[in-house]
Design a protein around this ligand. Structure first.
Ligand code: PMP
Length: 410
C-alpha cells in the first residue's frame, strides 16, 4: 500500500492532464466557474449531442424502456432496438452487419484482443479443421491507445510501423509468416488529425492477403458525402475492411461499433467477451443514436457548416506565424512542442473565453505538446475570429518559444 501512497504523491506534482469541472457540455458554447466559454476541443463535431431532435428521441427511449439495461445481450438484455441500430450502422458503412459495444474503447480492446483467439476458441467447441492458424498485427505507431492495448492483450505477434510509412509496413508484411495478417490503422489520427491513405493500405492488404482494421472514431459521421466515414471519403469498399466507429463523437451519444462481413460479426458475438460479458447499452441511448444516424444523413447542413468552419479557420490561421498541421480533417493541431508553453497558451485563450485543450505527454510524445483545435458545426465565424484574434495577441511570446522548441524558423 505504501507504494501507492508514494506514487500518488509523486504523480500529483507532475502537472498531469486532469479535466476541470464544467457546468454544461460544449455545444460548442459551455459554462464553467459561472463563466461562458466557446470550446474548440469537443468531439461533439456536429452539435448533435444536445440537439432537440436527439434529446427528444432519448426521452422517448427513456419513457419506453427506463434508464439502464442491467443485462447482457447474450441473456435477457437483447432489446430489438440494438438490432435496429446495428442494421442502420451496417447500412451506412455498406457492410453486412454491425456489432455494438459499450464504448469505442471497448470495441477496439475487445475485438483486437479476441480475434486472434478465434481458432483456439472454436477448437474448445469442437472445431476440427486441420490447419494451424497464426496471427500477426501490423499497427501504425500513432494508433489510439485502445488499439495498442487490444493488440498487446491478444498475445499475437505484433509489429509497429512508422506513422503512415507504407514502405516500412510492406517490409514488415513481407517478412511475416503468419497465416492471418491484420493491418490496423486509425482513419483520422486523433492527435494529429491526418487521414490514413486507405486505398494504398487496402492495396497492401490485398497484395499480402491481410485484413484491414480501420478505427474511424473521428471520421464516422464526418467524412464522405453522407457522413459514411473514411470508406465513403475514398470511395472504397472491400470485404477485407473491418470498420470500427464510435457513437460518442459525431453521433453525440456513447458506444462503439464494428461494421463488417456477416461471418466476422458472428465470430465477434460468439468469441469476444467485451461484447457478451457486459451489460448492454442503456436503451434510451440506442433509440437516440438510431435518430442520430438518420440526422447525419438527412441534416447535411451540419456537416456543411463544419467543413466551412474548418476551411475558414485554416485560411485565417495563414495570417499568423503558428505552425499548423494542415490535415484535411476537423482536427487541426497547432504544434507548440514545449509542454509549459502549450499550457500557457491554452490558459491565455481561456482568459478570453476560448477553451482549447493543450494535449501533452503521454497522449503525444514528450516535447510534442500541441493545442488540438477541433472545428465544430456549431461554431460561428465570430467564434473563429475571436480565436484568431486572441492567438494574434499572443503570437510574439508564443511563437518565439514554439519556434525554438521545434527547432524551426519561419
Ligand atoms: N479510437 C480513437 C481514434 C479515439 O480518438 C477514441 C476516443 N478518443 C476512441 C477510439 C475511443 O472511443 P470512445 O470515446 O467511444 O470510447
Amino acid at each position: 500500500m505504501q507504494e501507492f501512497i508514494e506514487m500518488a504523491e509523486w504523480l500529483l506534482h507532475q502537472n498531469l492532464q486532469a479535466g476541470d469541472p464544467v457546468e454544461s457540455l460544449p455545444t460548442p458554447a459551455f459554462q464553467a466557474n459561472g463563466r461562458k466559454y466557446v470550446s474548440f476541443s469537443t468531439n461533439n463535431y456536429l452539435s448533435i449531442a444536445t440537439s432537440a431532435r436527439f434529446t427528444g428521441a432519448a426521452r422517448r427511449g427513456l419513457e419506453t424502456y427506463g434508464v439502464g439495461n442491467c443485462e447482457s445481450r447474450l441473456l435477457s438484455g437483447n432489446l430489438a432496438v440494438y438490432g435496429e441500430l446495428e442494421h442502420k450502422l451496417a447500412g451506412c458503412k455498406k457492410k453486412d452487419a454491425a456489432v455494438l459495444f459499450a464504448t469505442g474503447y471497448m470495441a477496439n480492446l475487445g475485438v483486437l484482443s479476441s480475434l486472434p483467439q478465434t481458432s483456439k476458441y472454436a477448437r474448445i467447441y469442437g472445431f476440427t479443421g486441420a490447419r494451424e492458424y497464426t496471427y500477426a498485427y501490423f499497427s501504425d505507431e500513432l494508433n489510439h491507445v485502445s488499439i495498442r492495448e487490444g493488440i498487446r492483450m491478444s498475445g499475437a505477434a505484433r509489429a509497429t510501423y512508422r506513422h503512415l510509412d507504407l514502405n516500412h509496413l510492406e517490409g514488415l508484411l513481407k517478412k511475416s509468416t503468419a497465416t492471418t495478417k491484420i493491418i490496423v490503422t486509425d482513419g483520422v489520427f486523433s492527435q494529429d488529425g491526418d487521414i490514413a491513405p486507405l486505398p494504398d493500405l487496402l492495396q497492401l492488404a490485398e497484395l499480402y492477403d491481410a485484413a484491414l482494421y480501420v478505427d474511424d472514431a473521428h471520421g464516422t459521421g464526418i467524412l464522405g458525402e453522407n457522413g459514411g466515414g473514411i470508406c465513403e471519403h475514398f470511395g472504397v469498399t472491400s470485404a477485407r475492411i473491418i470498420y470500427m466507429g464510435t457513437l460518442s463523437k459525431a453521433y453525440g451519444g456513447i458506444g462503439g461499433f464494428i461494421a463488417t462481413e456477416a461471418h466476422i460479426a458472428k465470430i465477434i458475438r460468439l468469441a469476444c467477451s467485451a461484447y457478451g460479458f457486459t451489460s448492454a447499452l442503456p436503451p434510451d441511448q440506442a433509440v437516440a443514436l438510431s435518430e442520430a444516424v438518420d440526422m447525419v444523413v438527412d441534416e447535411p447542413e451540419r456537416r456543411a457548416r463544419l467543413w466551412e468552419n474548418q476551411r475558414y479557420f485554416v485560411t485565417r490561421m495563414s495570417e499568423l506565424p503558428y505552425p499548423l498541421v494542415s490535415t484535411g480533417s476537423p482536427i487541426v493541431p497547432i504544434l507548440v512542442g514545449d509542454e509549459d508553453a502549450a499550457d500557457a497558451l491554452a490558459l491565455s485563450l481561456g482568459e478570453s473565453g476560448i477553451h482549447v485543450d493543450a494535449v501533452r505527454f503521454p497522449a503525444v510524445p514528450l516535447r510534442k505538446a500541441r493545442l488540438r483545435i477541433q472545428l465544430n458545426a456549431g461554431h460561428t465565424s465570430q467564434d473563429i475570429d475571436q480565436l484568431i484574434d486572441t492567438l494574434r495577441v499572443h503570437q510574439h511570446g508564443a511563437s518565439a518559444t514554439i519556434m525554438s522548441t521545434l527547432g524551426m524558423t519561419k
